[in-house]
Design a protein around this ligand. Sequence first.
Ligand code: SF4
Ligand code: SF4
Length: 275
Amino acid sequence: MKPVIRLSQTHRLKGLLRQLSLNTVCEESRCPNISECFGSGTATFMILGDTCTRGCSFCNVKRGNPKGPDPEEPYKLLEAVKRLNLRYVVITSVTRDDLEDGGASHFAKCVRVLKENLQDIKVEVLVPDFGGSIRALSVVLDSSPDVLNHNVETVERLYPRVRKGANYGRSLELLRNSKKLAPHIPTKSALILGFGETWDEILKVLEDLRSVDCDFLTIGQYYQPSLRHHPVVKYYTQEEFDRLKEIAYSLGFKYVASGPNVRSSYRAFEAFIVQ
Ligand code: SF4
Ligand code: SF4
């Protein structure tokens, strides 16, 4: 019976998302955990539209000129969270280099609307780099999210090929600044493996993240969404993911999820609980 229950919950969630014109990163990124997450009523909402102003070579989100933010979106999000009875919500967005504040005020509004209307709701924000703007970051932090997440995604050397338009140092600075501005809010980041990074380069990222006091870490395997995306250079074994988890804990991360299908928002509530 279990798969039937999961399937009906998945259909219900998809129907609700269409009805409220909401996007999820789960669908846009073709996440391998979609059945498990949708089946248990978990989703990562993607605000500010489905079109990104950047074009990372691993990402399945479409690139182009996005529309202006939907002022009703925070309330649609609230409606979805209420109807799905979610207790832990992850909100992320495409990168909006076209907006003056990178979409920070829209993020903040979404967090506030959820927190003002739902008792005990926990909200994790997975933010873009806001072009390095500390002001934009502080607007988001002022809305009191429970976790500030920003993904470094890959090792520094591969940024020009994998994350064109982004900057490794800028992403680390965002995490450092978050801790400076709001030391009580835990920070989190993610690394995707398989783009051609070396083991030593991976370890350097873990050390760099700890040097900016990053608390939580997820490490997952890259799967190529289509032939026009970056190729998979290496598939890591479960043993290698386990080894990285051990090393990450020894460096001082408070929570680490590491495995082929682990994604930034996979079982996100677990990190929050263990802190
Ligand atoms: Fe995808 Fe984010 Fe890169 Fe945009 S910035 S292409 S949403 S990974
Ligand atoms: Fe969505 Fe995250 Fe689950 Fe993937 S792991 S389906 S992105 S909530």
